[in-house]
Ligand binder design. Structure first.
Ligand code: GN1
Ligand code: MG
Length: 367
């Protein structure tokens, strides 16, 4: 039972009132997340409790240090602009001992946040104008952090978007064939060999200094943005686990990969999957409304490359995990990672066809 899993953890945090209920939130692929309800008198309190995945996050203290630094900076910047950060920035709750996380008897880490009420993280675009807002708030996220020193952040998952390294990790997984699955995915394997040069283009541009390393979110899915129920405006960027030094191209690309697809990330019917250019336009307009001025035009013109590279990266990460026997991502069936990989490969094929069209949209918006 869910309560039994968390009952030893709850007293470690200063939650207000009496425990009422807990439900598991299942949209994440990595951590276990619970929505808690407490009550004191007539007042209801909501919290988010998370168990951090130790396989993925080897140094949770560093993850939390990054989150703490970034949220403090966001808060101060908003306050300096005369804005109230209360519903706009994720707020951690320290343990009763004043720690940033609680380490349980088995050595696993837990953390808690205030839950932001009357706002929704959508898993897909329900109203097109929401996607403009998602673009705008991810652009704003970049803007609010553009004066934060990148070198102060830990690289909590080293080489997270180092797609050249990721390709070699993939090749090593194929060679090892831990789960005996390689034979059945030969076509898929070839797909990535065909794209290995393209996949490395952003890494090379960063190395050459052609594009800047920035503070990036690195998991810009639409469900990592809260949309205010009353105003339909994006109010808060959540899931700051992978905030690290990175490239704006990946943040832009990942948001498009997930949110502007006509189907779910793990859609089995490949005919349903394509890139929705209307959603691409809306997101891009929102994003550019915030980043023009501090992201130079030559970098903005590379945003479609970000869409291609990140979709290829995700497709290859899902296939790698399938080949490894599902060690990294949570799966709901034995072939879930293969389904995800094939869906992302189909999406990439469509993205490749629409590259020029994406570039045209950007030229129009730059005018
Ligand atoms: C993972 O668990 P979630 O949804 O926050 C993954 C992202 C992937 C995403 C794909 C730390 O994020 O990189 O893009 O799944 N997070 C990590 O849905 O690997
Ligand atoms: Mg995440």
């Amino acid at each position: 039972m869910l309560y039994n899993r968390i009952k030893g953890i709850l007293p470690q945090f200063p939650f207000e009132g009496k425990y009422v209920s807990a439900t598991e939130m299942t949209s994440g692929n990595i951590n276990n997340t619970y929505h808690l309800t407490y009550k004191s008198g007539d007042t209801i309190h909501h919290y988010t409790l998370q168990h951090i995945n130790p396989y993925v996050f080897k140094q949770p203290e560093k993850v939390m240090e990054n989150i703490n630094n970034v949220t403090e900076h966001l808060k101060k910047t908003l306050e300096n602009q005369g804005l109230d950060p209360a519903r706009r920035v994720l707020q951690m709750i320290k343990t009763k001992n004043g720690e940033i996380m609680y380490k349980d008897q088995e050595g696993f880490y837990w953390r808690a946040y205030y839950f932001i009420d009357n706002a929704t993280p959508y898993d897909s675009v329900e109203k097109p104008e929401h996607f403009y807002e998602v673009g705008r708030i991810f652009g704003e996220f970049q803007k609010l952090l553009c004066d934060y020193p990148v070198e102060n952040l830990h690289e909590t998952i080293p080489d997270f978007h180092n797609t050249i390294r990721r390709f070699y990790t993939f090749v090593a997984a194929v060679a090892e064939d831990k789960a005996g699955r390689v034979e059945e995915v030969e076509d898929e394997i070839e797909f990535f060999f065909d794209r290995r040069r393209m996949m490395g283009e952003i890494v090379k541009k960063i190395k050459k200094g052609e594009i800047m390393r920035r503070v990036t979110h690195n998991d810009t899915k639409i469900n990592n943005v809260l949309i205010d129920d009353a105003t339909d405006k994006a109010i808060c960027v959540i899931d700051l686990d992978t905030v690290m030094p990175g490239s704006a191209l990946y943040d832009f690309g990942d948001a498009i990969r997930f949110g502007a697809s006509t189907a779910k990330e793990d859609e089995e019917d490949l005919d349903k999957i394509s890139l929705d250019m209307n959603l691409f336009k809306l997101f891009t307009a929102g994003f550019l409304s915030e980043v023009r001025g501090f992201i130079p035009d030559h970098e903005i013109r590379l945003l479609p490359l970000g869409v291609k590279v990140i979709t290829c990266e995700l497709a290859m990460r899902f296939l790698t995990d399938y080949i490894d026997g599902d060690l990294y991502f949570k799966v709901r069936s034995p072939d879930h990672n293969l389904i995800r990989a094939r869906a992302q490969m189909k999406l990439l094929t469509d993205i490749e066809k629409k590259s020029e069209e994406m570039e045209k949209v950007i030229e129009e918006l730059l005018k």
